[in-house]
Design a protein around this ligand. Structure first.
Ligand SMILES: [Zn+2]
Length: 329
């Protein structure tokens, strides 16, 4: 045990080296939950480095919530190492688990009571109170502050975000919507239809080209929107182009942008992050989703695939790919 970063009993695997590199990074040199220095424990499934006192609370939650391992004493499986490496350490983990930690919420300190520590850790990982996208997202000043403080582990809360807000002006960023394809669209002209897709966000409106006589059209066309601070749902409508009369509607759907925008705010600079899932728009009985829609970081970009069942029509699905584009692009 002379050197906790070497394991003379085992050949050093590439993964163990990666984990060791992660361990010595500055954000992982303080406990993710109470900021105590030099944490010697980790929760392998959550992906955080924690101190002894916090590790005891984590262990009490059960291994299905938090799998506690010693950095020096325990054998690490490939899976455990993979999951730590994938999360990327305390600052990334906290940018998820503390994304919506209120600015004045008392985060435990190294010498906090066990009761205080337990309360915080349970809220953070079991009920995940600070993960839930809250309505504060619409008052963006508030949420930017919360998010930026989450990035520095919440240990020293700084409020340097007002300048950023001013620079960002009235828009949060741009959204690129790729209308990929439609399938099994409704028939409007005898045997077929000439469909096109219209997207509406507030006063902004954009549409695809018309696909002649096609109930399974492939568009792969990109439409772009600026997202204001107070944004609503993105509305999608499909029409049948008709040269002789008004175009017939072939169904509609609404796209909830909040999961993507919440994730975008929580993660800040996606370019620095590894590919991973950062959010989800859940399918429910009162939305148009065919299946849960996942928000992912793909090669530094925030993307979301959306498969919609058209509403108020007999049939039809539309596949979209959303991509977030920061304002400076
Ligand atoms: Zn701790």
């Amino acid at each position: 045990m002379s050197n906790r970063y070497s394991r003379p009993d085992k050949p050093v695997s590439g993964k163990w080296k990666k984990l060791r590199d992660l361990m010595i990074r500055s954000d992982n040199r303080i406990c993710a939950d109470c900021c105590a220095p030099d944490p010697k424990w980790a929760s392998a499934n959550v992906g955080v480095f924690i101190c002894l006192k916090c590790s005891e609370v984590h262990r009490s939650l059960g291994a299905e919530i938090s799998k506690v391992l010693s950095l020096t004493l325990d054998e690490w499986s490939e899976t455990d190492m993979d999951s730590m490496i994938q999360v990327g350490g305390n600052s990334y983990a906290n940018s998820i688990y503390e994304a919506f930690l209120p600015k004045d919420y008392p985060k435990p300190k190294p010498n906090s009571s066990n009761e205080e520590r337990t309360k915080f850790i349970r809220s953070k990982y079991v009920s995940q109170d600070f993960l839930t996208p809250s309505l504060r997202i619409v008052s963006s000043k508030m949420s930017f502050q919360t998010l930026e403080s989450g990035k520095d582990l919440g240990c020293s809360i700084t409020s340097n975000s007002s300048k950023k807000n001013e620079e960002m002006g009235q828009f949060l960023g741009n959204l690129k919507v790729k209308v990929v394809r439609g399938s099994n669209l409704a028939v409007r002209d005898m045997l077929t239809s000439d469909p096109y897709v219209v997207l509406i966000l507030g006063q902004q409106k954009a549409q695809t080209t018309v696909k002649k006589s096609n109930l399974n059209p492939v568009w792969n066309e990109e439409l772009k929107f600026s997202i204001p601070q107070h944004y609503g749902a993105l509305k999608l409508q499909v029409y049948d182009h008709d040269v002789l009369s008004a175009d017939d509607i072939m169904g509609e759907a609404e796209i909830d942008l909040q999961p993507m925008i919440t994730a975008m705010m929580a993660f800040g600079d996606s370019e620095l992050l590894a590919n991973m899932q950062i959010g989800k728009w859940l399918k429910t009985s009162d939305n148009a989703l065919v299946k849960d829609s996942i928000v992912n970081i793909v090669d530094g970009k925030i993307k979301q695939e959306v498969l919609l069942k058209l509403q108020n029509v007999e049939s039809g699905e539309i596949e979209l790919e959303l991509e977030w584009m920061p304002l400076d692009e």
